[in-house]
Design a protein around this ligand. Sequence first.
Ligand code: PRX
Length: 657
Amino acid sequence: MADEVLSMIVSAKLIPPPEAYAARSYLSSYGEYRAKYQASIDDPAAFWDEIADELVWQQRGKTVIAGDLPDFQFFPGSYINVCENCVDRHAKDPMYRNKVALFFEGENGERKSVTYLQLQDAVSRFANALKDLGLRQGDVVCVYMQNLIETYVALLACLRIGVLYNTVFAGFSAEALRERIVRCGAKAVICANGSLRRGRVLRLKETVDRALEGVETVEHVIVYRRLADLDTPMTPGRDLDFESLVEGASRDCPPAVLEANEPSFLIFTSGTTGRPKGIVHAGGGFLLGTYAYTKYQLDLRPEDIYWNTADIGWLTSHIFVLVGGLALGTTTLLYEGALDWPKPGRLYEMIERYRVNKLFSAPTAYRMMMKHGEDVARSYDLSSLELLVSVGEPFNPEAWHWVRRVVGGDVAVINNTWGQTETGGTPLALMPGAVPIKPGSCGVPFFGHDLAVVDEQGREVPDGVPGYLVIRRPFPSLARDVYGDRSLYLNAYFSRMPGLYFTGDSAVRDADGHFWVLGRVDDVINVSGHRISTMEMESSLIQHPAVVEAAVVGEPDEVKGQVPVAFVTLERGWEPGAELEEELKARVVADIGSFARPARVYFVAAMPKTRSGKILRRMLREILQTGEVKGDVTGLEDWEVVERLLHDLRERAPGHE
Ligand code: PRX
């Protein structure tokens, strides 16, 4: 980002939190936030101990924090069950038990809901069914489902008995699913038979069948019939019906006694090495962290009607709905499909129908609202909204202001939060009601979190100067491992700056103490909030016989934030053209999923490289964005390659096609 643009953004004026909001939030002034933050940094154990008081423990010892990064524990030797905290404690409470825990709406308009008591019943039965199938504490099951009440039942059942779940986004292809199943050695797969997306039926069970070809570890596939009329092939002896299992099982299933630092679930993310990493979170730590983030950053209360549009395949739902949301006893809306289907106002219609007062989404969805225009928004009553939350990618100030004015009626608080799959929560955000708002910033550090912006040597840089975002102390929800690969965990996050957690993001802190996350420093691009490794895409492309070399870079996109664009060089004898371009795009879709589909493929004669043979992706990015090369070219091996590249690209420019 150019220096002048950066300084203009970070010097934006602070907007005080609305008074009405401040009056009823957990924290009501900036002074209160500052004092509590300082106290939590001076004595983090005291802060987390206070949060722990609000949870139900099976056994709680005295030690709060043991060790330091990267070998740390929270509440070692203490025992806690996440499911008990999310479900049973409310199901036991006469004030909560008949309250709706989850509303569900399908893309086709189908509606359902479940109370806390009903949820406890379904979860306990399903947990017993899993036990009857022989699943034990520490086994892994893979969950391939869209947002459904049954998905929550499945995940909570795993948490109840200490079976590790691994959710895989139901938009991933059979190949990507297979890799994630094999890498975690899953013993069972739980899936829906199908899902609806933009009016189309996605045949999830068939994808699972293809993914499982040749996979030895999976003994059972449990299928929830989301679409009753969908013809669903079942393999006898392996495949089981979700609902029959629930009906046939006993509802008596005490929550397992689990140590707070034991692995609880895993979730794959794309990493710099190109191979997806199975991030492991600890049960007690994740609960402790997500409870605190959800309480203070969303100001979430039992009386809220809250809608988080994230898919269960992404960690955001686990942080802010499955664990954080339910632990706080709130009522949450789950939605299956596309937010602007079958009409642009679908999202607004649902806000109006349920009187949603807290909405959690991603910048790509907020930009989609802006694209559909003001008239669509104005034809619905959105006056219930008081908080709009965002995570996943930069929230550009233009969209921010539009959303606040049009969707938030100029009064709603917009909370742009920053977090990662690895951080298991959002270390940066506003505390709505207490912290002044800065359009587009990621807010301020959360209690007990010591964030800094540093240079290559790990030294803090002055405010206003961009650097690497790091976290200097352990916090409960930080990932504890990479499944089956401790050295990858240590290498990826703790080797670059020993003693610090390296986020892989660049950031700047402004004079008001707000942080601005600028982007990744590695080769990961962010498409509609989905983190995709460019290396994973490149390795898919080079498996095509035509391709010799491939480089993928992100290009800015108005709605999606970034889209992938591929550059390839071809084997002799292959002809560049539209047909081959389609084939290569289809290859990436088949290997990863349709969300990773390259927007364009450029066939180029050669790649710009360093003298040591590394492809200069930075230069490709610059050429793509500006049509020229002005940046540092000292590392370039052969200038002629760039000239040829610029020529090739001009040939492809609009008007030449
Ligand atoms: O680069 C940052 C970007 O998204 C990355 C994390 O992606 P993921 O693990 O998929 O997110 C899970 C969210 C719980 C970060 O490393 N990112 C996230 N939030 C923001 C952001 N970039 C800019 N602004 C944000 N608010």
